[in-house]
Design a protein around this ligand. Structure first.
Ligand code: ATP
Length: 411
């Protein structure tokens, strides 16, 4: 099955909204073994929507539209699709009752213009939206099928899973299987260099690296009939790169760290300088983290490093705030009189100013303390301030992860 996606809206076209919906559902469709053959963003006018559908159906037999189902004058997707298919739109009282019910449950009052959302295609289907007021719609005519989904991701994604994916799955003749491998602590070219021969050897596999600022995901996919080849690939892949492997791409490194801490019944605190709370925030994004996360301190100034973390004035003046010695005292200091027994400290020069010849921009010290063992490492990260801070945070998680895993062996 060939799929096209049409994102509708001026705000998407001018870049105020990034079409993340299109990206997410494209990945899901490809994972299923179907092909996304066309994606387009169009203005929210009826003419542009019709033009977009003309393009989309040149390449695809199933089109998904995103957005433009709301109650305002610029929500014209229904009308555009009806025009394209020469289909009648009919007002459906039952649909309006559902919308009114949704408004009441949200403590809002339904208005006259919400009636616009109760129009459906005469020969089509209404797709219930459990998370918002705009129902989705489906229409199939001749060999062409269109799904109209609302723009907000929390509404679109569950509806896509419930109504669209099963239809695509039914039409996929050769299902695809895929596995992903996330690597930290190795760069893209070094990793590629080590496994380049595997591309040649496993020609039935699609081996695709996706690089982020601090990690690489290898996604390996193939037709279901060739699945055993992924097993063989995996054995060889691990032989070469296992030391960098932290798990599948679906689970973040921070979630892995939290798992390890939970397994070992340990509690963590973080002492941050240049990352300014990013590490703490990463932990706190994970639901249920209170079981393993005790506290975090952003000690940006020297005064704060002394007052909050007990870093010695002498250490700061002898070695400077960005030093192995200060990272050590920060990691130990945050654990003093605390319930936590694991800590991470980060101190570095994020730039663009503040670098010296001895400690250029990008110099970062990361300290890890597990029980009373302290490990400190120095790193030189490249990039702008944002990249350096991101890299420092991710490296700290990776250093912690490695040491927690090692710690298991010494238990
Ligand atoms: P509503 O009933 O909320 O108006 P709608 O179907 O009319 O829904 P739009 O008005 O087009 O959708 O967009 C509503 C919101 O959905 C946007 O403000 C934006 O936050 C989000 N959104 C729209 N299109 C996209 C997209 N392609 N990718 C990600 N988010 C999107």
């Amino acid at each position: 099955v060939k799929v096209a996606i049409l994102a509708i809206g001026n705000e998407v076209l001018c870049g105020k909204i990034v079409d993340t919906n299109g990206a997410i559902i494209s990945r899901e469709i490809e994972k299923m073994g179907a092909k996304v053959v066309h994606r387009e963003v169009v203005l929210d006018t009826v003419d542009d929507i019709v033009l977009g559908l003309n393009h989309a159906f040149l390449y695809a037999d199933l089109v998904i539209t995103i957005g433009g189902l709301g109650p305002t004058v610029d929500d014209l997707t229904r009308i555009g699709v009806a025009d394209y298919f020469d289909e009648e739109l009919v007002y459906d009282e039952a649909v309006f009752d559902e919308i009114a019910l949704m408004f009441t449950s949200m403590g809002r009052v339904v208005t006259e213009n919400n009636k616009q959302q109760a129009f459906r295609f005469k020969t089509g289907t209404v797709l219930k939206n459990d998370n918002g007021t705009a129902p989705g719609l489906m229409l199939k005519k001749d060999e062409r099928q269109v799904f109209l989904l609302p723009g907000p991701p929390n509404e679109l994604l569950p509806m896509f899973d419930k109504f669209v994916l099963p239809i695509i799955k039914e039409q996929v003749l050769e299902p695809v299987v895929s596995r992903s491998y996330r690597l930290h602590g190795i760069g893209e070219s070094a990793a590629e260099d080590k496994i380049i021969h595997l591309y040649e050897k496993y020609q039935n596999l699609d081996i695709a690296p996706y690089c982020a600022v601090s990690y690489i995901d290898y996604v390996v996919s193939t037709k279901q009939v060739n699945e055993s080849e992924i097993d063989d690939f995996e054995v060889e892949f691990f032989k070469i790169l296992e030391q960098f492997y932290i798990g599948s791409a679906e689970v973040s490194l921070c979630a892995r760290v939290v798992d390890e801490l939970r397994k070992k019944k340990m509690m963590i605190s973080v002492a941050e300088s240049c990352t300014g709370g990013m590490l703490a925030s990463n932990f706190i994004e994970i639901p249920g983290v209170s079981e393993v996360f005790f506290d975090g301190v952003v000690a940006y100034s020297n005064e704060s490093k002394m007052a909050r973390l007990g870093v010695m004035e002498q250490t700061l003046s002898d070695f400077g705030a960005v030093s192995s010695e200060v990272a050590t005292e920060m990691a130990l200091g945050i654990l003093k009189d605390s319930k936590a027994n694991v800590s991470v400290s980060i101190t570095g020069v994020a730039g663009p100013d503040g670098g010296t010849s001895k400690k250029p921009v990008g110099t970062v010290y990361i300290g890890i303390c597990i029980n009373s063992d302290v490990f400190v490492e120095k790193f030189n990260f490249s990039g702008d301030r944002e990249k350096i801070r991101n890299r420092a945070m991710n490296q700290a998680l990776y250093e912690l992860f490695k040491r927690l895993i090692d710690h298991k062996e010494t238990l």
